[in-house]
Design a protein around this ligand. Structure first.
Ligand SMILES: C[S@@+](CC[C@H](N)C(=O)[O-])C[C@H]1O[C@@H](n2cnc3c(N)ncnc32)[C@H](O)[C@@H]1O
Length: 228
């Protein structure tokens, strides 16, 4: 197995990622990771923590899929970490009550209100009765202060332009459902989950898959752990 230097790949282990991976118990053996992490970094850590653990990690990004799959192969972990192209908003090809833990960091704010409700229903279905879900979502902050920001009350999506590293507005437009503690908690409660903890803080996020291009300012995020 080729020893991997994560820092050379640009994969900085962020505080929320570290906490999410750190929440896993020895008894958490089947993990679902929608929106695979940079270089499969979180998933590799999960696999290395426990030799019996199996991880299914998904993405809709073909380029990230290819890069991550290669790194996981180089680590000799392909039999423990399955990487798939799969859209989290679609019905999931997994049995009821099969996963011990769902790790959903920085993916659910990509979904509209309607997609989020469907996804959380599926999370609830595929989690074991004692299962837990770790979530980190973006919160509304400085980034939506561009003149052309638009809000869709039906989907709850905010469409806004990104700023570059000099805080100049760029033509790149993204749409996100930026949450409050109440909004994400209410979606989870509607799906049947209980909230173990919820907190908000600022974290350095990155614009690119390899985490080499930092956002020009810290971003506000909400982190929570929910149980079935
Ligand atoms: C900001 S990255 C965060 C990834 C990772 N969880 C982490 O903590 O580094 C968002 C990831 O979610 C994926 N993604 C976005 N929408 C998705 C969807 N509908 N289904 C599956 N993956 C999705 C993107 O392709 C990307 O890999």
């Amino acid at each position: 197995m080729q020893e991997i230097d994560f820092s050379k790949l640009g994969a900085k282990f962020s505080p929320s990622e570290k906490r999410g991976v750190g929440l896993l118990r020895d008894t958490d053996l089947l993990i679902f990771c929608p929106g695979i992490s940079t270089c499969g970094f979180a998933e590799i850590k999960m696999a290395l923590q426990n030799k019996k653990r199996q991880i299914i990690a998904t993405t809709i990004d073909a380029e990230g899929f290819g890069k991550t799959k290669k790194i996981i192969e180089q680590q000799g972990l392909s039999n423990r970490i399955q990487v798939k192209i799969e859209n989290v908003t679609k019905p999931m090809p997994y049995d009821d009550k099969c996963f011990d833990f769902i790790y959903a960091r920085l993916i659910l704010h990509y979904l509209s209100k309607q997609e989020l409700d469907k996804t959380l229903e599926e999370f609830y279905r595929i989690l074991k009765p004692s299962g837990r879900v770790f979530i980190v979502v973006r919160k509304k902050d400085w980034e939506v202060n561009s003149p052309n920001t638009e809000y869709d009350n039906n989907t709850k999506m905010i469409t806004y332009q990104l700023f570059d590293s000099d805080m100049k507005i760029t033509p790149i437009t993204v749409s996100r459902y930026l949450h409050t503690k109440d909004s994400i908690s209410n979606h989870l409660k509607t799906a049947g989950f209980g909230i173990e903890y919820i907190k908000e803080y600022e974290e350095q996020l990155f614009r690119d898959y390899l985490r080499t291009s930092p956002a020009p300012k810290l971003s506000s995020v909400i982190e929570l752990l929910a149980n079935k």
